[in-house]
Write a protein that binds this ligand. Structure first.
Ligand code: GLA
Length: 400
């Protein structure tokens, strides 16, 4: 989905300090309770999009458990856009006919030892044209809490007309202030419910959201436009995250969008690239495939516990790119480091990459383990040369 040029909003920086002074935000009061590590789970959008039903979500919850994903850490089962019906005379939102009873659905998800997520927009309409929360923020937050919602994705879309960005001469500073205030408003409404609810800000990275997302109460914020199930889209998004690492940490994460693993548009090496890169980035791991129809390859990629452990490391350091090649490193709480060596040239012969351990801060010999081969490589001296497969990755854990 093509949206407005984010550079417009980048021009309209309003200091978050000023904003907080204006609206009196209880800054990051919620973030310490939830999302201590990057949220993991499933979201309906990438596979089911606007056709998702109650039955699909229940089937996803069943499959999260039966596949072993829940035990590997995937606990959120999130309904994305298109669940909404109409508001009643009191303004209360009701689901549409594809979702007969949201509370019953949340109860079902909870009965499986999972958490339940939902989606709305700060605007009058969502991206798919369904009812948004504009003017009903507190009421909706209360309704979600009554249903048992544990995660809210709050997606800008419909607010953009209120922000005035389609007018011939937009006031970008005002537009930015309206947007930020809208995100803060829902955060306050969520806090008021007293229920811990992970708050996922989705406005495609506009206005450098990483600089103010945490202060606005976000536990995660999308850093880019929508991902699609192609190597080009995934690689463009994933490899463009360099430099954002200083904004992430426990309770507040950069979100390069959901996983496409298992959706069929990439091969296994390319999906291993997404899993590895997202884990190095300490990104939320929200699967986006049809969990009830997973093949073994998809399962082994999504449930590689050694790679998940990199994503979920309690220090919550987002990894960064080392040097000009696609070599990414993430420091871990036990003093070891994860390193991912990517070869994303698809129209050429894969090239060898040499990793010099001193460039990672290690002097002398190191121990290494290959996290996709599940194999110890023993003691290595000085460097390691490897040729990642086309579109693929070699991921190691290294320690001394
Ligand atoms: C936007 C979001 C997507 C998805 C759709 C739903 O495009 O970025 O992740 O939620 O809206 O309409």
């Amino acid at each position: 989905m093509i949206r407005f040029d984010v550079t417009f909003l980048l021009k309209a920086r309003l200091s978050i300090g000023l904003l907080i002074a204006c609206v009196g935000v209880p800054v990051v009061a919620q973030t310490s309770q939830v999302a201590a590590t990057p949220p993991m789970g499933w979201n309906s959008w990438n596979h089911f999009a606007g056709k998702v039903t109650d039955a699909d979500v229940r089937a996803a919850a069943d499959a999260v458990v039966s596949s072993g994903m829940r035990d590997a850490g995937y606990v959120y089962v999130n309904v994305d856009d298109t669940w909404q019906g109409q508001r009643d005379a009191q303004g209360r939102i009701h689901p549409n006919t594809r979702f007969p009873d949201m509370k019953a659905l949340a109860d079902y998800v909870h009965s499986k030892g999972l958490k339940f997520g939902i989606y709305s927009s700060p605007g009058p309409k969502t991206c798919a044209g369904f009812e948004g929360s504009y003017g009903h923020e507190e009421q909706d937050a209360k309704t979600y809490a009554e249903w048992g919602v544990d995660f809210l994705k709050y997606d800008l879309c419909g607010l953009r007309s209120i922000m005035g960005i389609y007018s011939p001469r937009p006031d970008w500073q005002r537009a930015s202030a309206i947007m930020r205030e809208a995100y803060v408003k829902m955060h306050k409404a969520l806090l008021k419910t007293g229920r811990p609810i992970v708050y996922s800000i989705c406005q495609y990275g506009s206005d450098s959201v990483w600089e103010w997302g945490a202060e606005a109460g976000g536990n995660l914020w999308r850093t880019t436009d929508d991902i699609s199930d192609s190597f080009r889209s995934m690689a463009l998004i994933g490899f463009s995250q360099a430099g954002l690492e200083r904004y992430a940490g426990p309770g507040h994460w950069n979100d390069p969008d959901m996983l496409e693993i298992g959706n069929g548009g990439m091969n296994a090496d390319e999906y291993r690239t997404q899993m590895s890169l997202w884990s190095i980035l300490a990104a939320p791991l929200l699967a986006g495939n049809d969990l009830s129809k997973m093949d073994e390859t998809t399962k082994t990629i999504l449930m590689n516990r050694e790679v998940i452990a990199i994503d979920q490391d309690r220090l919550g350091i987002q990894g960064s790119r080392m040097g000009p090649l696609q070599v990414w490193v993430k420091a871990l709480s036990d003093g070891s480091k994860a390193v991912a060596l990517f070869n994303f040239v698809t129209d050429d012969v894969p090239q060898p990459i040499t990793l010099h351990f001193k460039d990672m801060g290690f002097n002398g010999s190191v121990h290494a383990r290959d996290l996709w081969a599940h194999k110890d490589l023993g003691l290595l001296r000085d460097s390691y040369t490897v040729t990642p497969p086309k579109g693929g990755v070699v991921m190691l854990r290294i320690w001394q």
